[in-house]
Ligand binder design. Sequence first.
Ligand code: SAM
Length: 246
Amino acid sequence: MKIDVVTVFPEYLSPLDLSLIGRARQRGLIDLDVHDLRRWTHDVHHSVDGAPAGGGAGMVMKPQPWGECLDELVFQRQGPGEEKPRLLVTSPAGRPFTQAMAHELAAEPWLMFACGRYEGIDQRVVDHASQAMEVTEVSIGDYVLFGGEVAVLAIVEAVARLVPGVLGNAASLDDESHNAGLLEAPAYTRPAEWRGLEIPPVLLSGDHGKVDRWRREQALLRTAAARPDLLARLEAGSLDERDRLL
Ligand code: SAM
């Protein structure tokens, strides 16, 4: 998978050199480039922002550097018949990022992220790019950050772990939270007793059937307690008879 990130703070993305994503990059599973938007400015101050049209507080990212950046990274780089990237513009006003969207993005061959700053990016950047490629404004939650960099770190991490080969054991993805609409059951490791607290005995019983049933029940109870909204959205067919007795 190819990933480009455009930002005015390239250093903010340095954690993408670390851990499993860093290793996936070294192994060639993810080809990730971070670009400094100021490369596409032409004034001595490398300015990327201007006063908001119509007045008001703060500054807005100018369309020109973004336009030239996309021209170079997408259109000039593209060979005949090649795919265009899916452009993800970070915004608190965007489509909420979820595990389902992470799966959707993990199936794309090329993702390009635009990190906003200040009051955001001039809307014409999205409108113009949408004429040539798929553009999604994406939010990581109902709160406002200073910029899109932290959002990109979160999205890239969630997407990268779904790219085949990135996770050592792909089975880890099966039962985890948000995979089948439920939160995952709590996890434990030895020692069997720690500070007076014990691992639930069923987990040490060696009976895989009972362990699976216990995890299923815990997942349902935990979801009901912490995220009843998820439980309410479960499709009827995803509960079995024993779940209904809980
Ligand atoms: N004025 C904008 C609004 O109210 O919708 C907020 C701009 S915010 C201060 C600056 C930039 O941070 C945004 O353009 C976006 O790139 C990023 N950002 C802030 N919160 C975000 C969120 N929840 N999800 C994704 N990106 C976010």
